[in-house]
Write a protein that binds this ligand. Sequence first.
Ligand SMILES: NC(=O)c1ccc[n+]([C@@H]2O[C@H](COP(=O)([O-])OP(=O)(O)OC[C@H]3O[C@@H](n4cnc5c(N)ncnc54)[C@H](OP(=O)(O)O)[C@@H]3O)[C@@H](O)[C@H]2O)c1
Length: 338
Amino acid sequence: MKAVGSYKSLAVNEPEAFLDVEVETPKATGRDLLVAVKAISVNPVDTKVRKRPHPDETLRILGWDAAGVVTEVGDDVTMFEVGDEVYYAGCITRPGSNSEYQLVDERIAAKKPETLNFAESAALPLTTITAWESLFERLGISKGGKDAGKSILMIGAAGGVGSIAIQLARKLANLNIIATASRKESSDWCIARGANHVINHYEDIPAQLDALGHPQVDYVLCLTNIAGYWKTITDVVKPQGKICTIVDFFEDGNLDLLKPKSATFAFEFMFTRSMHHTEDMDEINALLTETAAMIDSGELITTVAEVISPINAENIRKVHATIEEGRAIGKYVLEGWD
Ligand SMILES: NC(=O)c1ccc[n+]([C@@H]2O[C@H](COP(=O)([O-])OP(=O)(O)OC[C@H]3O[C@@H](n4cnc5c(N)ncnc54)[C@H](OP(=O)(O)O)[C@@H]3O)[C@@H](O)[C@H]2O)c1
C-alpha cells in the first residue's frame, strides 16, 4: 500500500522529511478494524512528532485523523462490519493515518456523519475528542444545560480545536463564550461558529473582559501557549473556577496562584484513553457517534478550511508548513490517493 513517512526527524523543508513509500498492508486482528483511508487531516501533533528525536531511524508514519471504509475486521470486533464508513483519530503509539490502509481499535472509531463526505469527516475526530473531553470531562461542564449562561474564555479559539469547542460549548452547554483571536478572519470564524464575543489575545485580556462586563469567567480553556497566559488566566478565573489546557505546561509554572481562589486546573490529552487502554476507552466511540448525530441534524457545522488532493508527501509537507506558522484557521484536509 501507499504511505507517506520518514526515517528521520527533520525540518519541514528537508527533502526527506516526507517520503512517498510502499509498505505492506497490515492485517486486522483482535478488536482492530482495517480501514481503507479516503481522507486525512493534519494537526499540530503531526508537526511535533515529526520533529521528535527518532534515533532508530525506522519508517515513521504520521497522521492522527482519518475517514474511510472498513475492509477487514479482527475476530473480536463487535461494533462494525466490512463496508462501514468510519472516522477516527487513532492512537499516538501506533502507525498514523498517512497510509492507504490503517488499523484502528474499534472502541476509538465511530461511523462517520452520513451527511458529510470523507474529507469533511476527516477534519473532525482529533479536535472533537479534545474539545469534548476538555469541556465535559476535565472542566465538568454539564451537557444537559445546568451550566447554561456561565462564561468560558477560550484562548486561541480559531484553530482546529477551538473551531469545534466553540460549537459544542454553545450547542450542548449554552455557555457564554468569549473566544480569543487576533485577526479579522480568525475573529469572524469564531463568531460564525457560535462565539458570543471575540477579544484579541495580543491585547490586554483583563481590560477587554472588563469592557464586556465579564471581568471574571467561570471557565478557561487554554488552547495555546499556557506559559504566556498563565498569570492572566489565574487573574481572570472566578473563585472556585476551572481551568483546562491542552498544551504542555511550563517548567516553573506556579500552581500556588490557584490556591487563594481554590481554582481547579486540569490537563487534557486526547490520546490518554487509547494509549493506556483505559477501561472507558469506548467513550471515544460514544462521543464521536454523538457528534456525528449532531452534524447530521445540522446542529454543528464544518470546521474545514481547505481540502487538498491527493494525499502525498508534497501536499502533506505544505500543510505541515502552514500549521507550523501557528496561524491556521479551522482544519486542513487531504483527500484521495493518486
Ligand atoms: N492535548 C491534546 O490532546 C491536544 C489535542 C489537540 C491539539 N493540541 C495542541 O493544542 C494546540 C492547538 O491545537 P489546534 O489544532 O487548535 O492548533 P491550530 O489550528 O494550529 O491553531 C491555530 C490558531 O492558534 C492561534 N494562535 C497562535 N498563536 C497564538 C497565541 N500566542 N495566543 C493565542 N492564540 C494563538 C491562531 O489565532 P490567530 O491567528 O487569531 O492569532 C490560530 O488561529 C497545539 O499546540 C496542539 O498540538 C493538544
